[in-house]
Every structure is written in structure tokens, then in C-alpha cells.
Design a protein around this ligand. Structure first.
Ligand SMILES: Nc1ncnc2c1ncn2[C@@H]1O[C@H](COP(=O)(O)OP(=O)(O)OP(=O)(O)O)[C@@H](O)[C@H]1O
Ligand SMILES: [Mg+2]
Length: 350
């Protein structure tokens, strides 16, 4: 069985998006059909790939000529998708005939960028494309640090949302799903945290709000199959044969420590066979540098020592360490091409 997904994670600014794009380019150049998905709120992928300036959540084909220097005349099948929770929700609504139920002010707020459901919607979107069978491999660029952990935790949230919150709300409301009348709204059924919350909301915001809230819950409930389906993807993250995951760091003491911490947090959800990608290494440039003075030589030695120490420390905690050079030159395109070359040398199996 070949792997279905590769995940790039790490703390802020270490090069996740650039490396994920480079890997996508490298694999697409080998003839694989690749979808690159980003949940990066900064939308840097748009900049790197010169994607159209819209947030429609649509899949875009990446034009090969942009990376001609790497892929030559070969046709590549590389698609990219910038996550949009709103359009994921719309797609679900269309598929399940519940679009009207999802046309609710609270759901609209929740599915705004950074509206609180981004990570959950991303899980659903990834599962959708895995199931579609349109791609050999999906490459997932994740948001920095804590948000990545939120992404992993989202399956637990989905579970408890449908298991607990719903049952309590419906018990309280005393209304069966699908009925439109709101008569049972304030019927006292159970004494629960949800009941207190709803009556509090009723008092401070008026019954209309509670109605809208209940409708939002019903709308979500009707699409619950997509939510529950997404749990399967997260379960699969524990299986080594299903995924490669790359923890990205740059050669700085603090970033290395952050990577270590992140790994601890992620291990509850993912298999332990990870790669550490050490990005922005000076090594290759230092080797090419012939200092012309003693001061320069001292500088070169101390830079090399520092980097070697950091890499040694990384090697103790991670079995598989991949080094990526710092790319001189400002163009993000060039960064991607150079890093795709480095990936070609390592070629981690999929
Ligand atoms: N090997 C490299 N050499 C030089 N510059 C690099 C390298 N890798 C990445 N960069 C540059 O570093 C910057 C940050 O990279 P990138 O956006 O990929 O990081 P990120 O981890 O995705 O950031 P964020 O946490 O904000 O999502 C970009 O300007 C990128 O072009
Ligand atoms: Mg990024």
C-alpha cells in the first residue's frame, strides 16, 4: 500500500508552506497526481504559487511553466487548494441536501476565517479529497504550532459535540430533529449545563437568538455524516503505512526546542515514525566559503560549530533528520525549486 497523505507541521515561520510546496512539486514531477492543501491562515501558498486572488475554496491547477527550471517540459498534475471553511460547509450542504439548514447566521460566523471551525472543517475537507480517489497523494500544509494541535484535537471535539452536546440540547429543547415548530423550545426536561446556558442566552439575547442557535445545531446535525466520516482520517494518522509526517524546524535553538515540544503533543494523535526537516541550514554555503582572513575563518568555524551542535542534538531525538539549505535570493519560487531539489536527493518513500 502506498501512502495517501503527507503532513507538514511546525512552529511559525520555519518554512512549512515552502517545504510542503517543494515536496508537492517533486512528487508531481515524478508523475504522481498531487493535491496540496493549505490551512495556513496567512495564505502564503497563494503568493508562492501565484494562485488567483479568491477565497472560494476551489481547487486550482498549478501551471508547470512556473517551475520549468525544475520539471522541464514534463506535464505535472499538481493541484492546490486554499482551505475555506465556508465553502466546505456549502459543499456538504449541497451533497446532503441541507443547504437551507446551513443558511444560518451562527453557522456563518463559525465558518468565517478564524471563526472557530477552521480546524474541524479542514479535517472534513481532507477526508473528502482522500475519498474522492482523484489524487495519488495529498500534501497538507498546516497552520503554526498550537493550531496544528487544534487540528489534531478536532476529532475529539467532533465526537463530543455529537455525543454529548446534541443529546443534551435535544433533551432540553424537547423537540425532534426536523420539526419546524419551536413550541417545545423552553420545555424543561433536564437540568444540565446546556439548559442553563440556553436559558441564560434566552434572557440576555431574547428568544430569537436561542431559536437561531437551535437551528444552527439542527443544521449541523443534519450534516453529521460528513463530520463523523472525518474521524476516520484522523484515526488513520496513527498508521505508519498511511502517512508521512514532517516536523519542520529551522536551525535555531529555540525553534528546535519548539519542534521537540510539538512532537510530544502530536504523538498522542500520530504515529511516531516522523521526519525532522531542519530548514535554512548554512552548511552547504559554509563549505563553499574560503575565508580570506583569520577573522573570517573564526566566524566560519563558529557558525559551523553552532550548526553542527544543533543538528547533533536533533539527531538524538529524531531517527530521520533531513537537512535543507538556506536559499540565497529573495524569490519564493526559487526557494521552492531549490528545496524540491533537496527533496529529490532524499526522496522519502511514499
Ligand atoms: N530554505 C529556505 N531558504 C531561504 N528562505 C526560506 C527557506 N525556506 C523558507 N524560506 C522563506 O522563509 C519565509 C517563511 O517561510 P514559510 O512561509 O514557508 O514558513 P511557514 O512555516 O509556512 O510560516 P507560517 O508559520 O507563517 O505559516 C518565506 O519568506 C520563505 O520564502
Ligand atoms: Mg505557512
Amino acid at each position: 500500500m502506498s501512502k495517501r497523505i503527507e503532513i507538514f507541521c511546525g512552529t511559525g515561520g520555519v518554512g512549512k508552506t515552502t517545504l510542503a510546496t517543494a515536496r508537492a512539486l517533486q512528487l508531481a514531477t515524478c508523475g504522481k497526481k498531487i493535491l496540496l492543501i493549505t490551512i495556513d491562515p496567512a495564505k502564503r501558498l497563494k503568493e508562492v504559487l501565484s494562485l488567483p486572488d479568491d477565497d472560494s475554496g476551489q481547487v486550482h491547477r498549478v501551471p508547470a511553466q512556473q517551475f520549468k527550471e525544475f520539471c522541464g517540459e514534463r506535464e505535472i498534475h499538481l493541484d492546490a487548494l486554499l482551505m475555506s471553511p465556508k465553502s466546505t460547509m456549502e459543499r456538504m450542504g449541497k451533497e446532503q441536501g441541507t443547504l437551507e439548514d446551513l443558511d444560518n447566521p451562527i453557522i456563518k460566523i463559525l465558518t468565517r476565517p478564524n471563526g472557530g471551525m477552521n480546524e474541524i472543517m479542514a479535517t472534513i475537507e481532507v477526508q473528502h479529497y482522500l475519498k474522492s480517489g482523484d489524487y495519488d497523494l495529498i500534501i497538507l500544509d498546516t497552520p503554526p504550532g498550537k493550531h496544528f494541535i487544534d487540528f489534531l484535537v478536532s476529532s475529539k471535539k467532533i465526537n463530543s459535540f455529537f455525543d454529548k452536546t446534541f443529546i443534551e440540547i435535544f433533551k432540553y429543547v424537547g423537540k425532534s430533529i426536523g420539526k419546524s415548530e419551536k413550541t417545545g423550545l423552553f420545555q424543561m426536561v433536564v437540568s444540565s449545563g446546556v439548559k442553563k446556558l440556553l436559558s441564560y442566552l434566552g434572557k440576555v439575547t431574547g428568544a430569537d437568538f436561542v431559536d437561531t442557535f437551535i437551528d444552527a445545531i439542527i443544521g449541523l446535525y443534519k450534516t453529521k455524516d460528513s463530520f463523523l466520516e472525518a474521524l476516520r482520517f484522523q484515526e488513520n494518522l496513527k498508521i505508519k503505512e498511511f502517512s508521512n509526517w514532517f516536523l519542520v524546524t529551522s536551525v535555531e535553538q529555540q525553534k528546535m526546542e519548539e519542534a521537540q515540544e510539538m512532537r510530544e503533543g502530536a504523538l498522542q494523535f500520530m504515529h511516531s515514525d516522523s521526519y525532522l526537516g531542519v530548514n535554512k541550514c548554512l552548511g552547504p554555503h559554509l563549505s563553499d566559503w574560503n575565508p580570506s582572513s583569520r577573522e573570517q575563518q573564526t566566524l566560519k568555524d563558529s557558525m559551523r560549530d553552532r550548526e553542527n551542535r544543533l543538528k547533533e542534538a536533533a539527531g538524538k531525538s529524531f531517527d530521520k533528520v533531513l537537512e535543507f539549505p538556506v536559499v540565497l535570493g529573495a524569490s519564493p519560487n526559487q526557494h521552492v525549486i531549490e528545496l524540491a531539489r533537496a527533496f529529490q536527493d532524499y526522496d522519502p518513500p511514499v
